[in-house]
Write a protein that binds this ligand. Structure first.
Ligand code: HEC
Length: 100
C-alpha cells in the first residue's frame, strides 16, 4: 500500500465519520492544507482518538516537529512521509493555523 493510498483511505474514512466541517468556508491554501491533517488529528486539530492533538500547541512546537519529521531527525510512523510533502513555508503556514 502506498503512502498516498493510506492517507486518502484514512481521509475518506474520516470524512464519512465526521459530519462537521470547518465553519469557515475560506478555501485559502492554508485551510486546504490543514484539511489534510484533520483526517488523523481530528477536526481543527483536536483529536478524539489515539492521534496526538496538535491544535493549541505552540507554533514553534508544530513547526519544529514538522521540520524534524521532514528531515528524519524525529522518527515517526507516518509523519515523516507527510511532512516531506510540504515546503518550509507551508509548514510555517500550517503551524500558524494550528499553533497558538
Ligand atoms: C495519516 C495520519 C496523519 C495525518 C494525515 C497527519 N498526521 Fe500528524 N501525526 C500522526 C501520527 C500517527 C503522529 C505521531 C508520530 C508518528 O507516529 O508519526 C503525528 C504527529 C504529529 C505532530 C507531533 C505531535 C506531538 O505532540 O508530538 C505534529 C506537529 C503533526 N503530527 C502535525 C501534522 C500536520 C500539520 C498534518 C497535516 C499536514 C498532519 N500532522 C497530518 C498522523 C497523521
Amino acid at each position: 500500500m502506498t503512502t498516498r493510498s493510506f492517507v486518502i483511505g484514512c481521509a475518506t474514512a474520516f470524512t464519512f465519520a465526521a459530519v462537521a466541517t470547518p465553519s469557515k468556508a475560506d478555501m485559502a491554501s492554508g485551510d486546504v492544507m490543514a484539511n489534510t491533517c484533520y483526517s488523523c488529528h481530528g477536526t481543527n486539530g483536536v483529536s478524539a482518538g489515539a492521534m496526538p492533538t496538535i491544535s493549541g500547541k505552540s507554533q514553534k512546537f508544530i513547526a519544529k516537529n514538522m521540520k524534524d519529521f521532514r528531515s528524519d531527525k524525529r522518527k515517526g510512523t507516518v509523519m515523516n512521509r507527510i511532512a516531506k510533502g510540504f515546503t518550509e513555508a507551508e509548514i510555517d503556514a500550517l503551524s500558524k493555523i494550528f499553533g497558538k
